[in-house]
Write a protein that binds this ligand. Structure first.
Ligand code: NI
Length: 391
């Protein structure tokens, strides 16, 4: 089966590069992927998949049922949205839309989903179960996965695979992580209400700026003294505003930040833990406060069994030299984790780095990918899917 998949992917390679370049030249922002979705639906229909559009606003679902008797459904999720970045590459298929660019490789992801659908649609006789392709919108604003789930895209799915390109891994390589891949990311807003007064008479006022400084310091110190050091937490206050004049004590400070964590126990305890610290500092100095903690996305925790299947398929397909086991998780976030609240899954990294020229990071206006990775990604997804039913 591996050699059949490889031959089909090889034959499709020029068409897949054409698809990827078309998508790259026509990027659309999160939640506005109308043309991308129509294009995806067209390709899926032409391969004979059962297609549903407008799932999760601008998402697309394509389903392919094999001729076997295994009733399990495997999903493959790829995302479709681009970023508000003005492309600066000199590529002849560079973005034609000023200020919008596929700088996170979601054009490649979409192509991988389509390529895998094209390959497997020619192998339905050997396909034991059902495969469902989820083309998700709005990953960059961490909303699309929830929209898809709310619209039933994950219903009756038994396992789900995901992929993200990675420029620091060379093309033709696969990066696999056992356990946690990315962090949970939540939003934090803290408002401190003091009392205004003359800058020369602090004892007659309640200085919200000074109390905000105490709150930030206490939060950072408390992480190192009251949280398990083996369960990493990063709390970043990214914006702070307050005050009016050099000689007026500020009565109001508002700050916002992001909270990243890897362990589910720490993640669960964070809102109460933060509120306790803010409350004790504010009470000590007589300020009022408000803490608004908004859950973002959970941590991507790769399923042990599915990760083993992916690793076995990758080693068989590419040899162990091209398979990298990723030693550390990232504190970045990825809304693939939202599907994992409903089904076990595994997300891997696809190397897209050049070995003979400079690589730019994701979200950079000069980001480029080595397109050799498309063939690697399609074969890895298709063969892992096949192995899922035959493991
Ligand atoms: Ni991305």
């Amino acid at each position: 089966m591996l050699s059949e998949i490889k031959t089909l992917a090889q034959t499709l390679a020029p068409r897949l590069i054409e698809i990827r370049r078309h998508l790259h030249a026509h990027p659309e922002l999160s939640g506005e992927e109308y043309q991308t979705a129509a294009y995806v639906a067209g390709v899926l229909s032409s391969c004979g998949l059962h297609v549903k559009e407008a799932v999760g606003k601008t998402g697309v679902v394509g389903e392919l049922t094999g001729q076997g008797t295994d009733r399990r459904t495997l999903a493959i999720r790829t995302d479709m949205d681009a970023l508000p970045i003005h492309e600066r590459s000199q590529l002849d298929f560079a973005s034609r839309i000023p200020g919008i660019m596929h700088a996170c490789g979601h054009d490649v992801h979409t192509t991988l989903g389509l390529g895998t659908a094209m390959v497997l649609s020619q192998l339905t006789e050997s396909l034991p179960g059902t495969i469902r392709f989820l083309f998700q919108p709005a990953e960059e604003i961490a909303q699309g996965a929830r929209w898809m789930v709310e619209d039933g895209a994950i219903e009756s799915v038994d396992a789900i695979l995901g992929v993200h390109v990675f420029p620091s891994i060379p093309a033709r390589h696969i990066g696999i992580r056992h356990g946690a891949l990315t962090a949970a990311a939540d939003d934090l807003e803290i408002i401190i209400q003091g009392e205004s007064g003359h800058g020369a008479r602090p004892h007659q006022a309640i200085d919200a700026i000074w109390i905000a400084a105490q709150v930030i310091t206490s939060l950072q110190q408390a992480i190192s003294r009251t949280q398990n050091p083996l369960h990493p937490i990063v709390l970043t206050i990214g914006k702070i505003e307050g005050g009016r004049a050099p000689n007026v004590i500020a009565d109001l400070v508002k700050m916002v930040g992001t909270v990243r964590s890897l362990h589910p126990d720490s993640h669960a305890s964070l809102p109460e833990w933060i509120e306790n610290i803010v409350s004790s500092v504010c009470q000590t100095y007589g300020a009022k406060y408000q803490v608004n903690y908004r859950r973002g996305v959970p941590s991507v925790q790769n399923d042990p069994d599915l990760t083993k299947i992916l690793e076995a398929a990758s080693r068989e397909a590419w040899g162990s030299d091209l398979v990298r086991i990723i030693p550390e998780p990232s504190l970045g976030a990825e809304d693939f984790s939202v599907y994992l609240e409903h089904a076990p899954g595994c997300m891997f990294r696809l190397g897209v780095g050049y070995t003979d020229k400079e690589n730019y990071p994701l979200h950079n206006p000069l980001f480029e990918v080595d397109e050799a990775a498309i063939m690697t990604g399609v074969v890895t997804l298709a063969y892992t899917a096949y192995k899922y039913w035959n493991y």
